[in-house]
Design a protein around this ligand. Sequence first.
Ligand SMILES: Nc1ncnc2c1ncn2[C@@H]1O[C@H](COP(=O)(O)OP(=O)(O)O)[C@@H](O)[C@H]1O
Ligand SMILES: [Mg+2]
Length: 227
Amino acid sequence: MAVIEARGLVKAVGTGRAARRVLSGVNLSVDAGEVVAVLGRSGSGKSTLLHLLGGLDPPDEGEITIAGERLTGARARAQDRIRLGHIGFVFQQFQLIDELSGRENVLVPTRLPGAPAGGVRRAEALIDELGLRAVAAHRPHELSGGEQQRFAIARALVNDPEVILADEPTGSLDAANGATVLELLAHMTGRAVLLVTHEPEAAAIADRVLTLEDGELVGAGAGAQRR
Ligand SMILES: Nc1ncnc2c1ncn2[C@@H]1O[C@H](COP(=O)(O)OP(=O)(O)O)[C@@H](O)[C@H]1O
Ligand SMILES: [Mg+2]
């Protein structure tokens, strides 16, 4: 079953003479249990695409369905609920809150109104699984980059989402820590993982590799071709 479904996504950025179409008709379908890598050079629109799929920014045209729920056209509150219940984000710069410990960062999404039950139990299990128990009370600036990204991954997983959206997740890490993070993303049993990156090594863990080029997603198995 496709848990990420996008049809005809169009997005322009900038205004007036600086306006530019970054996405010009993107189709994408990612099944549960599938890891898809989207490669593309810097500025090709990878982050823009992830922002649309995560409901952080609306497309100019097109439709997005996440875990069977229509994201595009939904009211802001419904979009928040879809994001909270179905999507986990992982970013290049980790985006941890520096005032909070690693554990408290993982718990943040479990405390938002409407969060699914069982979050505290899952947080503790993830802290163990990701080898973070000994540093769970440390704050982000006291942690290595690899540890920070593992806390960010635990935070992304804590509400047990069907979808993981990762934007250059290894971009701030050395090779060894980057490999660990890719291994984690490659083994998210049952989830749909969409990984965007300019690093071809990341593609090695993917079930499918697509390329974002001139505003379109191309490559063997691109959404439009699979159907
Ligand atoms: N808010 C914005 N205003 C103007 N231009 C933007 C904005 N966001 C992104 N862009 C431009 O859109 C293009 C795609 O950006 P982005 O999606 O961040 O690419 P990537 O993640 O592949 O590097 C780039 O040319 C970038 O400069
Ligand atoms: Mg980017």
